[in-house]
Design a protein around this ligand. Structure first.
Ligand code: SAM
Ligand code: SF4
Length: 330
């Protein structure tokens, strides 16, 4: 970055150097907390940003201080030729770090090629280690084996590898110790996420939320938990702990019991090119149409940041028009 480039700061002084890019709204799973089983309208292909257009957005924002990217969805690995996009993004001057969020189904087949293209790290989601339960939560199984996917990512040299578990009372909370034990044998960062009852997933109510304090108490029965700083280059809202002698860590992400909006450094680009400055708010700026007209995006970005809200209202259950997290990239 030129020393004269303006730092990207929102009106509350938070610096913005991290962009989550959704490359598709589609998915090969239908997780119960994320998508309705049927009835979501997919975006028409013409509305979705091409890889060239995504790169053009990043090229315009990098001189403003954008440094880190996360590729997400929907499920990003089902968009053809994802490695090509990663290689192009890694070549943009200023971009230092690229992460991927995936359901992990395709990781064993793709991890090495993604790493070779320039991917630095990966978050994979897994809500059960039991095949029949995976099929019940994701409403299809696709032969997904979470431990195999994590091992493939580690073997490919992706670092850190994080495994995200959405904990649901009466659904998978009995597997908290099994997931935590993975950190004893693998250099894996296991993160337990509080369920967010959003959109049309109202059948998963507050009664299904397991507060992170309770999750940590259960993990603590395996051994004394020591608070740790968390993986290098991890830039998210998790708090980390380590079991004695473990190569991996245990993290908790607490959207429901604590908000971390004050340190939020992320903005989101939806698959159809809208910039969202808060996951839950309804502040959106259409970047796609100006981009297709050949206009400069930087003034739009600066204006969008000026409107980034100080705090979301999810805990007060005022969720602005959000039907499914898959539509905005989680
Ligand atoms: N398909 C990829 C995956 O599953 O990792 C990336 C997109 S997914 C929307 C991103 C993350 O959002 C996943 O870790 C998923 O578990 C989480 N997520 C989706 N809906 C959620 C909800 N209602 N509460 C908590 N986490 C949720
Ligand atoms: Fe798909 Fe990820 Fe949503 Fe599950 S959480 S339905 S894998 S986008």
């Amino acid at each position: 970055m030129s020393v004269h480039a303006p730092a990207l700061r929102d009106q509350h002084g938070r610096s913005i150097e991290y962009l989550r890019i959704s490359v598709t709204d589609r998915c090969n799973f239908r997780c119960v907390y994320c998508m309705p089983e049927a009835g979501l309208d997919w975006l028409p292909k013409a509305d979705i940003l091409s890889y060239e257009e995504i790169v053009a957005v990043v090229e315009q924002l990098a001189p403003l201080g954008l440094r880190r990217l996360r590729i997400t969805g929907g499920e990003p690995t089902i968009r053809p030729d994802l490695a090509t996009l990663i290689a192009k993004l890694k070549a943009v001057p200023g971009i230092e770090d690229i992460a991927l969020s995936t359901n992990g189904v395709k990781l064993p087949a793709m991890a090495a090629a993604l790493k070779a293209a320039g991917l630095d790290r990966v978050n994979l989601s897994a809500d059960s280690l039991r095949p029949e339960r995976i099929a019940a939560i994701a409403r299809r199984s696709l032969g997904f084996r979470p431990v195999e996917a994590a091992e493939a990512a580690i073997a490919a040299g992706l670092d850190p590898v994080k495994l995200n578990v959405v904990v649901m009372r009466g659904v998978n909370d009995d597997e908290v110790p099994d997931f935590a034990r993975l950190s004893l044998t693998l250099p894996l960062h296991v993160r337990f996420i509080e369920l967010m009852p959003v959109g049309e997933m109202a059948h998963l109510t507050d009664a299904h939320i397991v507060p992170s304090a309770e999750v940590l108490a259960r993990v603590g029965q395996l051994g004394a938990l020591e608070p740790v700083a968390g993986p290098a280059r991890g830039n998210g809202p998790a708090q980390y702990h380590r079991l004695p002698g473990a190569p991996g860590t245990i993290g908790v992400i607490t959207p429901m019991t604590h908000t971390y909006c004050g340190s939020c450094n992320r903005v989101r680009l939806t698959a159809d090119g809208r910039l969202r400055t808060c996951l839950y708010g309804d502040h959106e700026v259409n970047l796609r149409d100006p981009l297709r007209r050949g206009e400069a995006l930087q003034p739009l970005f600066v204006r969008a940041l000026a409107e980034k809200p100080l705090e979301h209202r999810l805990t007060q259950l005022q969720v602005g028009g959000l039907r499914a997290l898959s539509q905005v990239g989680g």
